[in-house]
Design a protein around this ligand. Structure first.
Ligand code: NAD
Length: 267
């Protein structure tokens, strides 16, 4: 797939959770550039407003909702309001997530484990369920669940995150089977080292701080160690993640469901 490929999303609406975050924002711009109406959900209202303003300044139709994906009633209400405001939702990018603490398994904090599971598993379930009902009632569509390479191969010191992303891939496979009769495709996307950006900086700093045998104590050295583990020997760009989402939502992927697309530079 070429990095410059475009897909026609004119007249279509995509709802993106974690829409104020880096990948959410990049994906919103990608779909807006292809003509889509964008609906952004996030708990961070300040960032949500900023992202929405940038899209509006570019002339794109955008709707925003403050929504905590861990709250099922809120998710339900926001999906209903979004469908009413836009007429129909065609695509859902189930993307909100939290990276969690970095600690060895014997020291992993219980509260943080619960928080990661609440957002990345239970929250993803709430959004997946609301998406299934909304797209079913609209006559079909496509869902992309945000997983991670950590959901394919558990990295050191990320116990909760790995557990949560393995769960996302499992939910994707089951939902793809359950929703196929409604004309809804469900796929997962698994990026690995994406940057520069918040999660990249956070993970190199926190991995350096753990003091494990896998990474140096200097975040700058950790950056290089991580990049050296990628066959393409560079970080993935936010636009390359958005390209993956666009492909999975597009008609070009019309026979693809229950699939996990690795965006890992070959890792
Ligand atoms: P980010 O932190 O920039 O964005 C995440 C967004 O989710 C934030 O805007 C945050 O406010 C929102 N969010 C968190 N909890 C929420 C909740 N309860 N309800 C609603 N919104 C909530 O990070 P990102 O890099 O854009 O990550 C997006 C997704 O991609 C996550 O699921 C992450 O696990 C996944 N991912 C990221 C990378 C990476 O390297 N950046 C790699 C693999 C997977």
């Amino acid at each position: 797939m070429s990095a410059t490929a475009t897909y026609a999303f004119q007249g279509k609406t995509i709802l993106i959770t974690g829409g104020a975050g880096e990948i959410g924002r990049a994906t919103a711009h990608r779909f807006a550039a292809d003509g889509a109406t964008v609906v952004l959900l996030d708990i961070n209202e300040t960032k949500l407003t900023e992202v929405a303003q940038a899209l509006k300044d570019g002339g794109s139709p955008v709707h925003t909702f403050r929504c905590d994906v861990t709250n099922p009633d809120q998710v339900k209400q926001v999906f209903a309001a979004a469908a009413e405001q836009t007429g129909q939702i065609h695509y859902v990018f189930n993307n909100a997530g939290y990276q969690g603490a970095f600690a060895k398994t014997d020291e992993y904090p219980e509260q943080d484990f619960q928080k990661v599971i609440d957002i990345n598993v239970v929250g993803v379930f709430h959004v997946l369920k609301a998406a299934a009902q909304t797209l079913r009632d609209g006559g079909g569509g496509a869902i992309v669940n945000m997983a991670s390479h950590a959901g394919v191969d558990g990295p050191p010191n990320m116990l909760a995150y790995a557990a949560s992303k393995f769960a996302v891939i499992g939910m994707t496979q089951t939902a793809a089977k359950d929703l196929a009769p409604y004309g809804i495709r469900v796929n997962a996307l698994s990026p690995s080292l994406i940057g520069p950006g918040f999660m990249w900086t956070r993970q190199t700093e926190l991995q350096a701080g753990v003091g494990s045998q896998y990474f140096d104590a200097d975040p700058k050295v950790v950056e290089q160690q991580m990049i050296n583990s990628v066959p393409l020997r560079r970080l993935g760009k936010l636009a390359e993640v958005a390209n993956g989402v666009a492909f999975l939502m597009s008609d070009e992927a019309s026979y693809i469901t229950g699939f996990n697309l690795d965006v890992t530079g070959g890792q």
